[in-house]
Ligand binder design. Structure first.
Ligand code: SF4
Length: 308
């Protein structure tokens, strides 16, 4: 029997894997990471360092530092019709994947090949809080295809990092996967470790928590970007990651022009309580017009990603 741990680079999936490994020390453990090619550089550092710790592997020879990554963004003006990410960023990740796969084959690093913006462009649809083609194409389908080809439905277990506070996400996932013949488990649900949270255990392991958490984000997916993020999420991003916010806004603007309609990730009911599209550009104007808005403390849990 093999235990496959779906790891996203988030702290919760690391702790879920740790807990499950503590419970099943004699089973084989493997780690599945579906890369959106849009992750924060420090997410890759954490992923490698965290799994290295769990399997007792010295990763110092190939552990990257966030400062050594090229920029993920494409600079200058470009046509979104031919956008394929920054070639330097993608080449760096390609080499890192190859190095890690050789030194740490327990980490199965999967890549569909596009980032979320390419998925939206190709699908001619910008995702939102209800419909997530990015997660579907870059994560769920990639992981499902790999499991179909490589894992054993009758014996293997797939573990996810869903915790007690989001257990509502676990039941539908487990039911869906059970219908497909898979056994999914969420090791954190109902445990003291899940209540305490991963940061305590990361500190005990001398692993620095991913920097997005240190900036107030509540997830470590897609470099802090997310189509499911709401006002609170993007207010925080505007305050702590202005360059990234501006890039998101530019991509949203380019996609809307490409599709020929004013698509946005966020909506708004201000004024007449009628739901309307709210672009990141307009939201930034609102924050700039009232600087006090940008200073309102972000309430973790008030917005964020429920990806996968
Ligand atoms: S984190 Fe958000 S933007 Fe990224 S794949 Fe998941 S749902 Fe899509």
């Amino acid at each position: 029997m093999t235990h496959y741990h779906s790891v996203s680079g988030g702290a919760a999936s690391w702790l879920a894997a740790k807990l499950d490994m503590d419970r099943h020390p004699n089973e084989e453990h493997r780690f599945l990471f579906a890369d959106t090619l849009y992750e924060d550089a420090d997410c890759y550092r954490f992923l490698i360092e965290g799994i290295g710790y769990l399997i007792g592997r010295d990763v110092s020879d190939f552990l990257p530092h966030a400062d050594h990554f090229p920029d993920y963004r494409v600079s200058g003006d470009f046509d979104i019709a031919t956008y394929a990410g920054n070639p330097g960023w993608r080449a760096f990740l390609r080499q890192l994947r190859a190095d890690v796969s050789e030194a740490m084959p327990e980490l199965i690093w999967l890549v569909e090949g596009r980032d979320p913006w390419e998925v939206f462009r190709d699908r001619k649809f910008l995702g939102n809080s209800r419909i997530d083609p990015c997660s579907k194409k870059l994560k769920r389908e990639v992981l499902a295809a790999w499991l179909d080809a490589n894992a054993n439905r009758d014996e293997d277990v797939v573990c996810v990092g869903i915790g007690t506070h989001e257990s509502h996400r676990y039941t539908p996932l487990a039911i869906r996967m059970a219908e497909d013949g898979w056994r999914y488990e969420a090791p954190l649900i109902g445990t003291m470790e899940g209540e305490i949270g991963a940061f305590h255990y990361l500190a005990k392991a001398s692993i620095e928590r991913p920097r997005l958490y240190r900036k107030g984000y509540i997830h470590n997916n897609c470099g802090g970007y997310c189509i499911k993020g709401g006002h609170a999420h993007y207010q925080n991003r505007f305050s702590v990651d202005r360059d990234r916010y501006d890039y998101d806004a530019m991509m949203e603007r380019k996609l809307a022009a490409y599709l020929g309609k004013p698509v946005t990730m966020m909506t708004d009911r201000a004024g007449d309580n009628v739901k309307k599209p709210l672009s990141l550009d307009d939201f930034a104007d609102r924050l700039l017009a009232d600087p006090q808005l940008a200073l309102i403390p972000y309430e973790p849990g008030s917005s964020g990603c429920g990806c996968f």
